[in-house]
Design a protein around this ligand. Structure first.
Ligand SMILES: *Cc1c(COP(=O)(O)O)cnc(C)c1O
Length: 409
């Protein structure tokens, strides 16, 4: 295995290089693109496995790990991941089909999202999965369904706190997710008279965080909130989902998340939860942390242009395939993802160049003035950290160019 160093980014590990050509799962990307077509997302499932094994080795015993499949819902990715985790979190009826198709155990599938259709709620109840209810309407709709077993519900709580310095804040103050924590005690008291099985709480407060202290603090607050709310619950808490928020390093200067203090904190929280809520499975739900580093997006240079002294490599891929790498998926300030010329790794001849796509908008930018190997038509551009929120988080219909391929290796 080689370590690939790019412009000021954390080193990229897990990929080999053969004759200057990047390999994914041991196969050269030039050959992979010859068969798959260009552009393509290439995923190495052995890296997902390695990530999960490594995480489990650090986490204390008794912490349950779920995969939030919206990060990458490719059926083969979900099928490779499902046996390695304790449950799957879904966000739509289509994701439910993917989760069940991947062999996910309905007992440990949960369904979150602020706008669930009646058919989706019914499908979830009939499949016997847990619905993380986010409104009074959802509770009442579920309680009136005719199902063999009462629908299983966890209350998604909008906590009074948020995950600090999070890439995306999802908690604290008003928001569309979950039920405000101050309304939860009253609702819990009503649940006893409804045809529902209360299973626990879901408290998700943010995403893409690289600060271990912030994650620990949010986890402490989530466990405390659940303990306080559980006093009003009609049944013992079986599921205590405290969210995730584990980030991966995307941008210059970022470092991988330090797990040791998170593990130590979780050990204390596990003991606390065991004492007060002895039936509760303390659960983390992670998306990008499990799959984000296992994927690479590769496109081909179509043209090389110089405009008033600046080099542009114009590719067949861009924002329409990989919105996040263009900086338009929730980022406040655009920063470069780790990008390399995939068939000239380690080249001594380099230059400052921008990598753009074929769309008629200046937003279609994959690399802004990065130091890259000198390149031209036919060369390949690889964008790392592309295993999560890539293919399905991009406006692939915009300008009607061909869709990228996806290869699960
Ligand atoms: C998006 C989401 C996740 C996954 O977030 P990552 O940043 O990919 O780990 C987990 N839980 C909920 C409720 C989500 O909405």
């Amino acid at each position: 295995m080689s370590t690939i160093q790019t412009d000021q980014h954390a080193p990229i590990t897990g990929f080999e290089v053969e004759d200057g050509v990047l390999c994914v799962a041991g196969q050269r990307v030039d050959q992979l693109l010859q068969s798959a077509g260009s552009p393509a997302y290439l995923y190495d499932t052995s890296l997902i496995k390695k990530r999960i094994t490594g995480l489990r080795a650090v986490l204390p015993e008794g912490i349950h790990l779920h995969y939030a499949i919206k990060a990458n819902p490719h059926p083969e990715i979900v099928a490779a991941t499902a046996p390695l985790v304790d449950g799957l979190d879904i966000a739509s009826a289509n994701e439910l089909q993917v989760a069940l198709g991947a062999g996910g155990d309905p007992e440990h599938i949960s369904f979150a999202g602020p706008g669930k259709r009646e058919q989706e709620l019914a499908a979830a109840a009939h499949a016997g999965i847990i619905v993380n209810v986010e409104s009074v309407r959802e509770i009442h709709y579920l309680s009136q369904l005719q199902t063999q077993q009462p629908p299983r519900v966890a209350i998604r709580v909008n906590p009074p706190f948020q995950l600090k310095t999070s890439g995306m804040k999802m908690g604290g103050g008003p928001q569309q997710f979950g039920i405000d924590s101050e309304q939860v005690p009253g609702l819990l008291r009503q649940l006893a008279s409804l045809q529902l099985e209360f299973v626990g709480f879901h408290i998700f407060s943010g995403s893409q965080n690289l600060r271990a202290e912030a994650i620990c603090e949010a986890q402490q607050l989530a466990v405390q909130l659940a303990i306080d709310l559980a006093r009003h619950a009609p049944a013992p808490v079986q599921l205590l989902n405290i969210g995730g928020g584990f980030g991966i390093p995307y941008f210059p200067g970022e470092q991988p998340l330090e797990l040791a203090s998170i593990a130590a904190n979780l050990e204390q929280l596990r003991d606390r939860a065991r004492a007060v809520l002895p039936q509760a499975r303390l659960t983390l739900e992670l998306g990008r942390y499990l799959v984000g580093e296992a994927g690479v997006y590769v496109c081909t240079v179509l043209d090389r242009k110089e405009s008033r002294g600046q080099v542009y490599l114009v590719t067949d891929g861009g924002l329409h395939h990989h919105l996040a790498a263009s900086g338009n998926f929730g980022q406040v300030i655009r920063k470069n993802y780790p990008v390399v010329i995939a068939n000239r790794i380690g080249a001594t001849e380099t230059e400052t160049a921008s990598v753009v796509g074929p769309l008629c908008t200046p937003l279609d930018l994959l690399a802004d003035r990065m130091q890259l190997a000198s390149a031209g038509p036919g060369d390949l551009v690889a964008v790392f950290q592309s295993g999560a929120y890539g293919y399905t988080a991009s406006p692939r219909g915009f300008l009607s160019h061909p869709e990228p391929a996806e290869l699960v290796l």
